[in-house]
Structures are given as structure tokens and as C-alpha cells.
Design a protein. Sequence first.
Length: 348
Amino acid sequence: MIETNTFENLLKDVKIATEKATSEFSNVANNEELESLRSKYLGKKGIVKEYYGIVSNCDKDQKSTFGNLVNELRQLVTRLINIHTESQKANRFTDIATTEWIDVTAPGHVPPTGHLHPITQIQYEIESIFRSMGFQVFDGPQVEDDYHNFEALNIPQDHPARDMQDTFWLTNGRLLRTHTSSVQIRAMQAQKPPLRGISPGRVFRYEATDASHENTFYQVEGLMVDKNISVAELIYVMKVLLKEIFQREVKVRLRPGYFPFVEPGFELDINCLICGGDGCPVCKYEGWVELLPCGAIHPNVLKYCDIDPTVYTGFAFGLGLNRLVMMRYGINDIRYFQSGNLQFLEQF
Ligand code: FA5
């Protein structure tokens, strides 16, 4: 317990300190002064701390009276500090508004955005053309087995036609698919005719690159199997595809081509749109670019897929997507597609 007179004086002291705080804070001009007052009242050795020390010597009644006054002092100082801090922030904004000129009508900065790769753009376009003709879109694995990539396509072990497509073999005996014909086998095994679909995707060949050859490129292969399908349907579908893609008639030629999985087989070449047929590195100075091999599906392939070749016939084709995009946009080197060159990609 504190002696009555002393206690009365203490109460007076706290009240005076409270009034003084109000007047001292009203004169604060800057951060340093604010910090110094905060330390004076609320610091480790500050007035409030000192008063809280005295509270412990008070009896119960004194504690409540004195403690309330000290709490009020602490709350007041805290409030005054907050008011000053907020007003300093507001002043900072006022300073910016008066010293800096902002044109609120100026258009904002458009953040740079990416877009689909030209190959993907044309792939989607082709998918939509074929969907409009009732074709499905098939997907399949890029790491394949020998059976789906070669054997079921009528290319048995040791058949010389295996050398037509240089293959990346994996150590586990599997391979990176050399064409998306493998997906067509999977589709014919999973679904019975009538069947029409395309299989777009990435394929791999172990070969040297040049202006028209890549080791990793894209194909859109397709097939149609039903009763009475002939080469006439094949030619019609190819014509629709090229007309839609190029939006004009393009010069093509059909010549015999050998592929073990089709009989008869054809090569559909497009007149080189880079040089107009005069000859350039892309067409190997021939004026024509191999674009779209195709043919009537070989009866053996249908048999591998449990489809009766005496009832059903079909056609298949294998479009080289990179070369098609090159022809459409006049790109003179296939290696641009995988170069990651933004100047090239930003044009599409
Ligand atoms: C095939 O891949 C056959 N599976 C296509 C096929 C399907 C024929 C159905 C008959 C019936 P080819 O190896 O020719 O065939 O490749 C098809 C197309 O892919 C070529 O016409 C060409 O446009 C493209 N192509 C082939 N090799 C490369 C390469 N290294 N770089 C870029 N494009 C290529």
C-alpha cells in the first residue's frame, strides 16, 4: 500500500503526464520527433513502464484507480502515434500528387503473351477440317513397340522396308515411333469398321537434318475403312484437305510409291511453293515436295487388326505437317520450327 498523500500526488502526476502527452504530440513535425516521444512514453525506460512498476506497490483499491489512469495514458499515446503515422503516409501521397504528373488517360502496358506454335495452329486447323468430315482424332504413345510401328504394318523383322525409316531404338527394345501409322494400328484394333480417323503427332527419325529434313517432326496420318472404299474416296479427301488448308487450288501430282502397308501406294507431291517450281534447297531443285504419301490399306494390315479384307477396304495417308506449314507460309528451312527463335515464331 502507498501512503495516501503520496498516492494522491501520483494520481496528479499521471493526469499531468496525460495532458502533457496531448500537447507534445500536437507539435510533432517529423518522424524523429515522433520516435523520440514514443520512446519517452512507451519505451523500455519510458513513463508508462515506470508507472506500471509503481502499480505493484499499490493495494487492491489503489491498483484499480491508478492502473486505470496509467492504461488511459498508454492508450492515448498509442492512438496519437497511430494518427501521426497515418497522416505522414497521407502526406507522402499528397507530395507525389503535387510533384509528379500522372496521365490517367494514358493506355496501360500490354503484358507480352505467347501463342500456339505454328505447327500446333495448323494441326488444330486440320483436326477441325477432318472433324467436319466425320473423322475422329486418335492419340497414341510416342515410345512404341516394334509390333505397332513395323510388324502390324506388314513390315516383318529383317524386311528391307525397315531401312526406309531410320529408327531411334531404345535400350529396352522399344523405339521412338517413326510415323503415326502406329496409332492407326491401335485404332483399328480397338474399333471395328466403319472407321475414319486421323492421328496427329510427333515422330522421330535417326537422320541428318537439312532444309527439308528434321530428326523430330510432325505428321497427321489418317485412314478410312468401310465397305467399298476405293482410291477415289482417298483422292477426294486429299483434295478437300489441301483446298481448305491453302484456300486455293494448288498444283499436286500423284505418282506410284512403295509402302509395305498400302497397295497400291502413291506419293502425292505438291508443287514447291517456296520457288514456284523453279528449284530450291527445300525441293532439292526438283520443283516438287513430297508431302502426302497414301494408298489403299494392304489386306495384310487389315488382317493384323482382325478386319476381314474380303468385306472391308480402306485408304490411309501420312501427311508431313512441317512441310505443309512450310508450303503454306513460304518457310525455306524446316529447322526454324525447333530453333526456339522468337523472331521466327512471333510472325505467326
Ligand atoms: C510415312 O511415314 C508413312 N507412314 C506414311 C503413309 C501412311 C504412307 C499411310 C502410306 C499410307 P514417309 O516416311 O514418306 O511415310 O513420311 C511421310 C511424310 O512425312 C513425308 O511425305 C514428308 O512430308 C514427311 N517427312 C518424312 N521424313 C521427314 C523428315 N525427316 N523431316 C520432315 N518431314 C519428313
